[in-house]
Design a protein around this ligand. Structure first.
Ligand code: ZN
Ligand code: ZN
Length: 406
């Protein structure tokens, strides 16, 4: 990522809000995002894009910052800071289970930035004009054919159209002059297309924040939608990249997620929807759609695609929410080994299953619903188009009907 633009440190707190225990803000920076992937020295994927990077920064406003406090390892007695212990004790390797440290970047995503195009306007227009050159040639020749008085019928009958120096010169001049005109129209249409491409997503996530808040606040008023989204994104990435998905402590689903075996890159698309919040006994379940841009290794090439996943997650409601800091050593009750219980639920030394009390969100299901959503979008567009055309035809018939009446 290469920094660009007039703000050397990006823009902090472009938007910020306080709720429950959290102080959340967005930080934006402007970058040129270069992605290259290679295998055995051969480039298999290359992408350069001007983008903005958005970071969600979360801080707790009623907790203490303990990250630089020191802590004595209960296993070997070495002293480290709490922040260092997140990766385990550097001296003996003991792993700890601790509350999250703040402030932290909870989530980030990239947005394509059209204004970041450094190309001159004229250059852009010419580029579009060249893309549309075939169309330009066909239209210019058709016009010439018409103007010369020969017409399509005459051409089929074998009449000569382009005779003399004048008409030989006329076609290239006409086509050249029309390049910027075609380019400008093409560029405008492409801008519209870009603006419209995010429209379906906007409709699909509409009302999600309110739905989440209405469902969650009677149970856990402290939970914010941003916090939930960042949790789901990080769980999704761990799940997708994991080698042994069934062994992940936060995953209670049945699917093995084989479709992710060839995943090489996953980035959050900046949004998630909340479809449903349901309560049962001492659990609350949230179903929502996660928008991702994933790249897969197809062995001969890399394919990047936008995908949508329906995720069902749940959390216990009888565990009180706290921002008080806590730290405990993770120890296998069977062999005494210590390991990162967030990434695996079985002890890597003796294989014993380590049942930690699950106080966090648990994923019950992850389903790729990209095709379903795409079909739904096409049907929606068709219905909108049908209503539009129907209304137009009706108005027309009314208009002519009235005229006839007169
Ligand atoms: Zn230690
Ligand atoms: Zn063990």
């Amino acid at each position: 990522m290469i920094h660009r633009g007039p703000f050397p440190n990006g823009l902090n707190r472009v938007r910020s809000w306080k709720d429950g225990h959290y102080d959340t803000s967005w930080t934006v920076d402007f970058i040129i995002h270069n992605k290259t992937m290679q295998r055995e020295g051969m480039k298999t994927f290359k992408q350069n894009e001007t983008q903005s990077i958005y970071e969600t920064v979360v801080d707790v406003h009623d907790g203490d910052d303990v990250s630089s406090d020191t802590y004595c390892c209960p296993n070997c007695g070495s002293v480290s800071t709490i922040a260092e212990l997140q990766e385990g004790c550097a001296y003996c390797g003991t792993s700890f289970k601790m509350s999250e440290l703040y402030p932290k970047v909870k989530n980030y995503f990239f947005v394509f930035d059209m204004s970041g195009k450094t190309d001159h306007m004229f250059k852009t227009v010419i580029r579009y004009g060249l893309y549309l050159l075939p169309l330009n040639i066909i239209m210019c020749l058709a016009v010439l054919l018409q103007k010369s008085g020969v017409g399509f019928k005459g051409l089929m009958a074998g009449e000569k159209v382009f005779t003399g120096l004048w008409s030989i010169l006329y076609a290239p001049i006409c086509i050249t002059l029309m390049i910027p005109v075609f380019g400008f129209v093409g560029w405008m249409l492409d801008c519209f297309r870009l603006a419209f491409s995010s429209l379906p997503v906007l409709f699909e996530v509409m009302g999600s924040r309110q739905r989440f808040a209405a469902g969650i606040s009677p149970v856990c008023p402290e939970f914010t939608f941003e916090y939930f989204i960042s949790k789901i994104v990080s769980f999704f990435k761990i799940f997708a990249y994991s080698e042994n998905r069934r062994d992940l402590p936060f995953y209670a689903g049945s699917d093995n997620g084989e479709e992710f075996d060839d995943l090489v890159d996953a980035s959050f698309f900046g949004t998630m929807s909340c479809k449903r919040v349901a309560r049962k006994d001492n659990m609350v379940y949230v179903t929502g759609d996660l928008y991702m841009e994933n790249a897969y290794d197809l062995s001969n090439r890399i394919k990047a695609k936008k995908e949508i996943f329906r995720v069902r997650a749940g959390r216990r409601t009888d565990i009180p929410f706290t921002t008080n800091f806590s730290i405990t050593k993770i120890q296998c009750p069977s062999c005494g080994g210590s390991f990162n219980a967030f990434k695996t639920r079985s002890c890597p030394y003796c294989g014993n299953e380590y049942k930690q009390e699950n106080t966090d969100w648990v994923i019950y299901d992850i389903q790729n619903i990209t095709k379903k959503i795409k079909i739904k979008r096409v049907i929606t567009w068709l219905v909108v188009a049908a209503v539009f055309v129907g209304t137009f035809l009706y108005e027309m018939s009314m208009f002519y009907g009235l005229n006839n009446g007169f």
